[in-house]
Design a protein around this ligand. Structure first.
Ligand code: PLP
Ligand code: SF4
Length: 347
């Protein structure tokens, strides 16, 4: 027993040490993998065997943080994490029914950076940047550059929220809202704290998964100290996206009294079977995040090859219900433009 204790203690020390030595999240955000050669070297792939398309890469750049790339299985061309980030020629094929703005968000965008489509909740597109470029993303064509929130826009947003007392919840979204500095977030949260009718602050972010070091002490303190009830919705699609660093990041959020959920997208060849789904929701729960939505694909140009037909998705959910406790079964949903809520697919 003593022997085991010694081993585990020294493991914890090594872990603490590697975390300390790790570059800051800002560095990791800037210095990520942006070309095929680096990706192949890192994931031990033969560059000639990878189905990479330069045109697709030009359309929507390859972008993968090292922390995420380290979880790609070396030498596996079908790795579920690799397939989420690899630009493929098939993305450029025309597919009827797939559009550049499938959610028609351009219409709901009343004031810059704010989308008020659902009652009681406003969504702010805080940052156009993402740490990782997910090939299936419905925001791949979103005009973020027209949606930058500068000081004037922020004033207008605060004014909008103040003037509508039905708004209870503010959702930080993007891009990835945590690509923003803690200093900027702190200023925003301080101001939101003073709006009496607000009750909750929700952050939709993939950063705790792709660069776990983004969960800083400062961030945790500001969420803990906010008057608002805080929620973080992470985004992971496969069990392999969770490792001890992600678990440590989510544990910090929990310590700060933040409620953590995971939302995922149902993706062909990545998580479209009951084994992968079960593993995903168990891994997510183990890390401290409850399953929230499982989205069927938004019909965005370039992502058609990830699509799973509704009937197949529904069948999968039936299977999943048989192998998971009810609290680990996510809601199968889709976003339909102009509806006042997400649309649940009956199962
Ligand atoms: C998804 C979404 C929300 C949040 O919806 P929930 O069902 O509460 O998770 C809010 N506003 C917009 C514009 C959304 O797309
Ligand atoms: S918004 Fe989310 S899904 Fe889309 S590219 Fe960014 S991290 Fe990926």
């Amino acid at each position: 027993m003593l022997f085991f204790n010694q081993v585990s203690e020294s493991n914890i020390e090594t872990l603490a040490l590697t975390q300390e030595c790790e570059p800051s999240w800002q560095y990791q955000l800037g210095h990520c993998i942006k070309d095929l050669k680096s990706l192949c070297e890192y994931a031990a792939l033969d560059i000639n065997k990878v189905a990479f398309s330069n045109d697709a890469h030009r359309d929507f750049q390859l972008r993968v943080p090292y922390a995420y790339a380290s979880r790609i299985e070396k030498g596996n061309y079908q790795d579920p994490l690799l397939l989420q980030v690899l630009p493929l020629a098939i993305e450029l094929e025309y597919q009827p029914g797939y559009s550049k703005d499938p959610l028609e968000e351009a219409d709901a965008n009343h004031i810059t950076g704010l989308i008020h489509k659902y009652k009681n909740r406003v969504l702010l597109t805080l940052s156009g940047a993402c740490a990782i470029n997910c090939r299936y993303c419905f925001r791949r064509h979103f005009p973020y550059s027209e949606n930058n929130i500068g000081a004037d826009q922020w004033l207008a947003i605060v004014q909008y929220i103040k003037s509508d007392s039905s708004i209870e919840e503010v959702i930080f979204s993007g891009g990835d809202p945590l690509a923003t500095s803690d200093k900027r977030l702190a200023k925003m949260i301080d101001e939101l704290d003073t709006i009496e009718h607000l009750q909750r602050l929700r952050i939709h972010t993939r950063l705790p998964v792709v660069i776990p070091k983004r969960i800083t002490q400062e961030l945790c303190s500001m969420l803990k100290n906010s008057r608002l009830q805080c929620l973080v919705v992470i985004h992971a699609n496969h069990a392999n996206e969770f490792d001890y660093q992600v678990e440590a990041a989510l544990a910090q959020l929990k310590q700060a009294q933040v409620t953590v959920f995971n939302q995922a997208v149902l993706l062909k060849d990545i998580n479209d079977n009951v084994i992968a789904q079960k593993a995903l929701h168990l891994a997510s729960f183990k890390a401290g995040a409850l399953p929230y939505y499982l989205f069927v694909l938004d019909k965005v140009q370039g992502a058609a090859h990830f699509n799973i037909p509704d009937e197949q998705a529904q069948k999968l959910m039936h299977e999943l219900q048989c192998v998971l406790p009810g609290y680990l079964v996510p809601k199968l949903a889709r976003e339909i433009p102009a509806r006042p809520h997400k649309t649940l697919l009956a199962i």
